[in-house]
Structure formats: structure tokens, C-alpha cells
Design a protein around this ligand. Structure first.
Ligand code: AHR
Length: 504
């Protein structure tokens, strides 16, 4: 089967924002406790953070990490996590029916971000709390000393403001499961007032308002219209979330789901344009897709833990999806969608980063390892920076429940002018046939293949585990070549490829 593509140096979609490869860490399960933080671990640093995990996060080159939730944030008091540890209260976490020791708070997380070479994006509780606590939190984190909150931060060990630029105004406020769930009107009014107040403190903050929790919500996309009508002038981004699952064990349907993601992004891009026109505004609000991933493998186990919840365990094994090779293909397709929609998606966060629906897993007191989905995320983050190319793709396709004529070839291309490279990320969705890929390289003279990595597996359900951490991993590919300004490569059935070309 053949698939042909045209890539032209002059036909770009957008400069990709580095924040497209962000991630998320919530106080949930073992994301923080025995995930990033384990003071007794043999690799722990002076901050109690696992150095083996930090090394894996650095490998992923994560530009920004959203924290501390998620549903958790909607009943979180940030004050509980600052000051001497011995004085910090243990609280019941209403979102996940666990207990929160508050051993890690904003100071410890900020130090972790420094060690992991990433930026902190903070979420504010607009569920159980409101405007006053929001402004106090921002002032504590970013305010000058010489005022009460800045002085308290100094007393707690940090004189310099943390200078956090990105702030999420609540989390999934459209969700009936959320503590403090609101209607679009209630939330829009509150978010606008909070945004105005935070801007009075610092105009340069980047503020993210909540969109829908997913595109199946009954209130979608009316929610976005109403919330943006309230907040358009005061915010910078609207947040979207989406999780993917193969419940019916149908790989073709599963791998078509990024068409639904694409439609979701398209609908909200249009809603933004609608409100922009209505407001006669020059400003462009963009999308922060700050929760996305595969999430379903752990559902049964979670129901048992949460449904039978007796007591309030600290850091139980919640949402610990073990990802398989098929999920790696899915994550490759999702990231390709973000690259292709990088004109409007400026921030995206894989949810989450460690242990909880995550590319990185840890054993308490033991090793940390890479899940199957680690690799497509790694390749996109490492090599997907530059200008997203507007590829013209001709590929055979198939009809699915979410879209007609889903191409067997899912591909994105990125041109890094400064680094003199062009990189293609390609998934062959076909379960039985090899795709013969032929890319017409226009304006990329003297290109040569400098790296070709392939992920294939005879078993779609192959996984990496503590005992066998390397079952699913990329291998050097062969046979990709550039001749007469055409790149040709054979993409095996159900495979992921990263092909990087050096330019003269
Ligand atoms: O990432 C897990 C949960 O998914 C988050 O807490 C919530 O925002 C979403 O529903």
C-alpha cells in the first residue's frame, strides 16, 4: 500500500510553541508521594525528590508542568503546604478519597521544577474557594517582600518571588464531579473577576480559563461560548481535556480517535473566533490542552479502591495504567494532531507525568522505568520543535465511528530552520499492510536521513514492567533514504516512526 506526501519548505502551519510538550502532576495516588518525592529513596536529593525520576523528566525535556491538580485542586488550601513540615495539617482529599499529608507544597514543587529544568504552571482552587484566596496565593508566590504574603514566603525560606507566569483558573468547573461545580454563567463571572484581580497585580500573567472537561459533556460547546463571553478580554487561553480508551478492543476504531480530538480543537477554535468577532477584539485567545492521554486500563482497579474506600489511604496505587504498544501508537497520533493544530494549541500537558496515567513509573524504594508511551512523547518533545509543516497527504483510509476516510498514514512534519533539520513522525494505522511512504521534499535541497527510529511489535498488548522494562522500545530503522529530493521509507503494519533529515 502506498502513501504519498508533499512537504514544502514555504508551507508552514505555525511555529510550534515549546509548551506543546508540557505535562501535569497532581496530588493523586503516587504521582507525588513515592513518585517524584520519596525522601528515603537511595537517589533522593536534599529536597527529598527522586533523582532517578528527575533524570527521566529531563530526558523528556518537559518545558512546563501543571500542578497541583486536577480535581484535587478544587478543595485544596495552598496554605496547608507551606511553612515548617511539622506544622502542616493532614487533610482529607475529597476528589480521590485519600489523605494528603502536605509534605510537598509549592516550595518543594518549585525546587523540583528547578532540578527537572522545567517551569511551574499553577492551578488555583475556584471550587471550594474564591477570589480572595486566589489573589493571596498569587501574591504569596509572586509578590515582593515588604508586604505580608511576600514576607511570609521569605520566612518560609524563599525571599525571591517564584515568578510563576501561568495560572489556571480552576479545574474542569463544568464537571458535576468537581467540588464546587458551577454553571457556565456562574463560573464565567467568577473567572472574569479573578482574572481582572490577578491582572491588577501583574498584567503579564498568562491566565487559563476552564473549557469543557471533554467533548462528550452535555454543556459542550455552549460552555466555551458563555465562559469566553464573560472572560475574553481578561484571559489568554482556554483549557480543554480529553482522554482516550480502547474499550471495545478494536484497534482501528481506537487509532481513529484523534479525528475526534481534531474536531474538538476545530470547534473550540471556531468558538474563540465567534466570541472574538462578537467582541470586535484584535486579541486571540488560544487553547491550553492541559490534560490529555490514554486512560482506561486501571478503571476496574480504581473502582475497587475508590468504590470500596474504607478510610482515607495516603498515596494509594490509583490510576496506574500500564500502557501497551497500541497505546504508544495512539499517543503518537495524538501528538501529531497537536503539531498539526499548533496554530491554535499553544500549551498541551500529558496527564500525567509519574505513576498516575503516566509515561514514567516508579517502585517505592526501587527503580523508575519508561512506559511504552514514553517514546512517542520523547521523540515529539525532543525533535518536534520548529515550524509545523502543512503536509499534503494522499493515503488510503477507512471509515470509523468518529470520522470517514481516516488515513492509514498519520503523519506530522516539523522544520527546524536553525537546527537545519526536518523531522517526520508517522504512524501506520493499518494492522495488516506495510505502507510505502514517498515524501516529495520541496525546497529542502540536499537532505539526508540522519536518524530513523521505529517502534513495532507483534503483540499490540506488549508492555514494559518493573521486571521487564525494555519490552517496548524504539529501534534504529533501516531503509529510509532520500534520493532526487524524495524521501522513501517502508512503514511496517501498526508501527510508529521518527525520521529525521539533516539539511545542507
Ligand atoms: O488526570 C486525572 C483527572 O482527570 C484530573 O484530576 C481531572 O482534572 C480529570 O478529570
Amino acid at each position: 500500500m502506498r502513501a504519498s506526501v508533499t512537504a514544502n519548505r514555504d508551507y508552514g502551519i505555525s511555529k510550534i510553541d515549546d509548551r506543546l510538550y508540557g505535562a501535569f502532576i497532581e496530588h493523586l495516588g503516587r504521582a507525588v508521594y513515592t513518585g517524584i518525592y520519596e525522601p528515603d529513596h537511595k537517589t533522593a536529593d536534599a529536597n527529598g525528590m527522586r533523582k532517578d525520576v528527575i533524570d527521566l523528566v529531563r530526558e523528556l525535556k518537559v518545558p512546563i508542568v501543571r500542578y497541583p491538580g486536577g480535581n484535587f485542586v478544587s478543595a485544596y488550601n495552598w496554605e496547608d503546604g507551606v511553612g515548617p513540615r511539622k506544622d502542616r495539617p493532614t487533610r482529607l482529599d475529597l476528589a480521590w478519597h485519600t489523605s494528603e499529608s502536605n509534605a510537598v507544597g509549592v516550595h518543594e514543587f518549585a525546587r523540583w521544577c528547578e532540578a527537572a529544568d522545567t517551569e511551574m504552571m499553577l492551578a488555583i482552587n475556584l471550587g471550594s474557594r474564591g477570589l480572595d484566596q486566589a489573589r493571596n496565593f498569587v501574591e504569596y508566590v509572586n509578590g515582593p517582600t515588604g508586604s505580608a504574603w511576600g514576607d511570609l514566603r521569605k520566612k518560609n525560606g524563599r525571599a525571591e518571588p517564584f515568578a510563576v507566569k501561568h495560572w489556571c483558573l480552576g479545574n474542569e468547573m463544568d464537571g458535576p464531579w468537581q467540588v464546587g461545580h458551577k454553571t457556565a454563567h456562574e463560573y464565567g463571572r467568577l473567572a472574569n473577576e479573578v482574572a481582572k484581580t490577578l491582572r491588577a497585580f501583574d498584567k503579564s500573567l498568562e491566565l487559563v480559563v476552564c473549557g469543557s472537561s471533554n467533548s462528550d459533556m452535555k454543556t459542550y460547546p455552549e460552555w466555551e461560548r458563555m465562559v469566553l463571553e464573560h472572560t475574553y478580554d481578561a484571559v489568554d487561553h482556554i483549557s480543554l481535556h480529553m482522554y482516550f480508551a480502547n474499550r471495545g478492543k478494536n484497534t482501528a476504531e481506537y487509532l481513529a480517535l484523534n479525528a475526534k480530538l481534531d474536531a474538538y480543537i476545530g470547534a473550540i477554535a471556531s468558538t474563540i473566533e465567534f466570541v472574538r468577532a462578537q467582541k470586535r477584539s484584535r486579541k486571540r485567545v488560544t487553547i491550553s490542552f492541559d490534560e490529555w492521554n490514554v486512560w482506561y486500563h486501571s478503571n476496574v482497579q480504581d473502582r475497587e479502591i475508590l468504590g470500596g474506600a474504607k478510610g482515607w489511604p495516603h498515596a494509594p496505587r490509583l490510576l496506574e495504567d500500564i500502557y501497551n504498544f497500541e497505546d504508544a501508537l495512539q499517543v503518537g497520533c495524538i501528538l501529531n494532531t497537536f503539531i498539526r493544530r499548533s496554530d491554535v494549541v499553544k500549551i498541551a500537558c500529558i496527564a500525567q507525568l509519574v505513576n498516575v496515567i503516566a509515561p514514567i513509573m516508579t517502585e517505592p524504594g526501587g527503580a523508575a522505568w519508561r512506559q511504552a508511551i514514553f517514546y512517542p512523547y520523547y521523540f515529539a518533545s525532543a525533535y518536534g520543535r520548529g515550524e509545523a509543516l502543512q503536509l499534503s497527504v494522499r493515503s488510503p483510509g477507512y471509515d470509523s465511528e468518529v470520522a470517514d476516510n481516516v488515513p492509514y498514514l498519520d503523519i506530522a512534519g516539523v522544520h527546524d530552520e536553525a537546527g537545519k533539520t526536518v523531522t517526520f513522525f508517522a504512524v501506520n494505522r493499518h494492522g495488516g499492510e506495510t505502507l510505502d511512504l514517498d515524501v516529495d521534499l520541496q525546497g529542502f535541497a540536499a537532505a539526508r536521513v540522519m536518524d530513523h527510529q521505529v517502534m513495532t511489535s507483534a503483540d499490540l498488548e506488549a508492555v514494559n514492567t518493573l521486571k521487564k522494562p525494555l519490552t517496548v522500545a524504539p529501534k534504529a530503522g533501516s531503509g529510509a533514504e532520500v534520493k532526487d529530493e524524495r524521501l522513501t521509507a517502508r512503514l511496517p503494519r501498526h508501527s510508529y516512526q521518527m525520521i529525521r533529515l539533516a539539511l545542507a
